[in-house]
Design a binder for this molecule. Sequence first.
Ligand SMILES: [Zn+2]
Length: 206
Amino acid sequence: MRIKRSSRCVLTAVALVGAILGPGGVSAQDRPIVVIDAGHGGDEAGVVHGDILEKDVILRLAFNMAAEFVRNGFDVRLTRTGDYALAWDDRRAVAEEAGADLLLMLHAMGKDDPAIHGAEVYFFEEDAESSMAARLTGEALEAGGTTVTSIPKPWPFLQSPTVPTVMIELGHLSNPLELRSLMSDDYHRQLARALMEVTEALTGDR
Ligand SMILES: [Zn+2]
């Protein structure tokens, strides 16, 4: 079954990230700190496409991205590491407590029309750093061939006073090409490498 297979991948990724970071994710202080928030969890499946659930796809993607960030010398924290829900405030609190350079809140979409494709980046317009993070994220995704729409929103979880925050709807589970990417470990690593440049730009800016 698909879900069992994805659970095993998740456990492997947990072991990998845990082995590199050690308990508590302790690492050198001068490394850029990125917090990856896998959307939904537990009773909140997010978008459902056949037997594929957004919460599972995004958690596996988050683990693979975290491992790639770690391999490249970043300090990474995950807001959730299993199948449970978290309040929006708690997701943001993880990033603020970590003193993160960037909070990436990751999601995927689903539409009735399988031809609909592209990514959406949400940010808080009145925060210069959130706006900059969104601009850089959009450019990074576009460089990878994705169509990106950037959308300002006054949502409280985007309004951290200390951590530049973007919410990224990475693509559509309902679009066959985007689904293939969202389920691909190679794509997860590619995405991480693109977002490393965003994190580094923001670190240099602070
Ligand atoms: Zn979602």
